[in-house]
Design a protein around this ligand. Structure first.
Ligand SMILES: C[S@@+](CC[C@H](N)C(=O)[O-])C[C@H]1O[C@@H](n2cnc3c(N)ncnc32)[C@H](O)[C@@H]1O
Length: 309
């Protein structure tokens, strides 16, 4: 299913793993253009309920249109999945049958110049998923200390030249504020050692820096931990949580959290998780051929288990 807002990834696999039930309540924590939600609704409608959450109002508006024929069986919420339990109690719902997370940004966010996520086109640097948030990438780059910049490039970008780039940013911003994606991308190139400056990169030198800034601006990893922990609590027995991640930092959090919850019994809780995917599910070569953005996707799935004592 190709969609100009966002083409959903691993859709067939998500449907298989969710183990959909007639009358079930499902949450799509990352609604985007509504691609995954639509696939779920095609399988459960006219029964059940789909709750779609996104912190980007533009996603909510597009998904509302995309899902309009299912309107009596959907609830769309503009919010952050780090507040999952609060969102659910606002809807007066206690337990759900399945939850999906399709992490990161949508194609729409990446390609819309004004959203300032991409160095492929020159625009004002911004990177907020939630447009009501004040803190953005411009504020970050022009106010963080050299040490803090280097730390986020290292931690969230796993960037080899973190310190050099941070130093260069601090020197350059004293002359002129860094406000555009091109300015920042050029600094990433300038900070490379001379031998690496030739234009034969496999990935653009700014890629990791942009990833790190985006993660910090949107506090993505913290939100993921909070959202996943709450998911385990709100799932009904045998309900499933499916997470698609796109880089190793996200995947590590999902893997470790699932493993910890699998061993939870030892910690004397009355619930835990059973891991369904020992190894993550990857997209087929056909899917990657049709949609190159799918190539780094990894799907992990776990099932809630309530222990009978
Ligand atoms: C990869 S896209 C999802 C695409 C969607 N599965 C589809 O089929 O169109 C990720 C979406 O999640 C949203 N998002 C990311 N982190 C979020 C968070 N913490 N809370 C709510 N929405 C979030 C982004 O705004 C973006 O629209």
């Amino acid at each position: 299913m190709v969609n100009s807002f966002h083409t959903p990834v691993l859709t067939k696999e998500i449907l298989n793993c969710l183990d959909l039930k007639k009358g079930g309540v499902y949450i799509d924590c990352t609604l985007g253009g509504g691609g995954h939600s639509k696939a779920i609704l095609e399988n459960i409608y006219p029964h059940g309920l789909l709750i779609g959450i996104d912190q980007d109002i533009e996603a909510i508006e597009v998904a509302k249109e995309e899902l309009k024929i299912y309107l009596d069986k959907i609830k769309l919420v503009k919010g952050n999945f780090k507040n999952l339990e609060g969102i659910l109690s606002g809807l007066k719902i206690k337990k759900v049958s399945g939850i999906i997370f399709d992490l990161g940004v949508s194609f729409h966010q990446l390609k819309e110049k004004e959203r300032g996520f991409s160095f492929k086109e020159d625009s004002r640097i911004d990177m907020r998923m939630d447009l009501t948030q004040r803190f953005n990438a411009d504020i970050l780059i022009n106010s963080y200390s050299e040490k803090d910049l280097a730390e986020i490039f290292e931690k969230y970008g796993e960037e080899r030249f973190s310190k050099k780039i941070a130093r260069l940013i601090v020197i350059e911003r004293k002359k002129k504020a860094i406000t555009t994606t091109k300015q920042l991308a050029d600094l990433a190139i300038r900070s490379l050692p001379r031998t690496k400056k030739r234009r034969t990169w496999r990935i653009h030198p700014a890629t990791r820096i942009f990833q790190a800034i985006r993660i910090e601006v949107n506090q993505e990893l913290r939100a993921l931990e909070k959202g996943l922990n709450q998911s385990i609590r709100i799932l009904e027995n045998k309900g499933r949580v499916c997470v698609i991640s796109y880089h190793s930092l996200e995947d590590r959090i999902v893997k470790n959290l699932f493993r910890k919850a699998e061993g939870e019994r030892k910690e004397q809780r009355d619930y835990g998780l059973k891991i369904i995917t020992n190894k993550p599910i990857r997209p087929s070569s056909e899917e990657v051929k049709d949609n190159s953005k799918a190539r780094s996707a990894k799907l992990r799935v776990a099932e809630k288990k309530i222990f009978i004592t």
